[in-house]
Write a protein that binds this ligand. Structure first.
Ligand SMILES: [Ca+2]
Ligand SMILES: [Ca+2]
Ligand SMILES: [Ca+2]
Length: 134
């Protein structure tokens, strides 16, 4: 992963991170992950559907909140240790970002909000669809 090669590379990537190629790669990733019906377009509906599924899988005890332990457990299972950071540290950072009101759990609302933000950022032409090159 290029962003882990060090500070200078990280800085460089930060500066050029809005290049077209990177945007396209991001969209391709989202399409690969979230396009359920295979039309190479991710609609907001498809996106939120998989967000809801994901939330349910992570919410092991079914109380409609992802506690820190649930999250880190899940994160550790799915992250591969290709970075210099330990999976737990990265997981903790992601958790802190998602847990907006800092009550040590991620509510469905917090989760959906962050997903929606991600979607909106990727949806450059603002038509509620993620497509390649747009
Ligand atoms: Ca689709
Ligand atoms: Ca829970
Ligand atoms: Ca919270």
């Amino acid at each position: 992963m290029k962003k882990n090669r060090g500070l200078f590379v990280g800085l460089f990537v930060a500066i050029v991170s809005t290049t077209h190629a990177e945007e396209a790669a991001k969209n391709a990733y989202m399409i690969e992950k979230f396009d359920h019906n295979g039309d190479r377009v991710v609609t907001q509906e498809e996106f939120l559907e998989s967000a809801a599924e994901r939330f349910k899988t992570m919410d092991v005890d079914g109380d409609h909140a992802i506690e820190q332990a649930e999250f880190l457990q899940r994160y550790a299972e799915h992250s591969h240790s290709t970075t210099t950071d330990s999976g737990a540290e990265v997981g903790q950072r992601v958790f802190d970002k998602l847990d907006e009101n800092k009550d040590a759990q991620i509510s469905e609302q917090e989760y959906n909000q962050s997903r929606l933000k991600w979607f909106t950022e990727a949806d450059k032409d603002n038509d509620q669809r993620i497509e390649l090159g747009k």
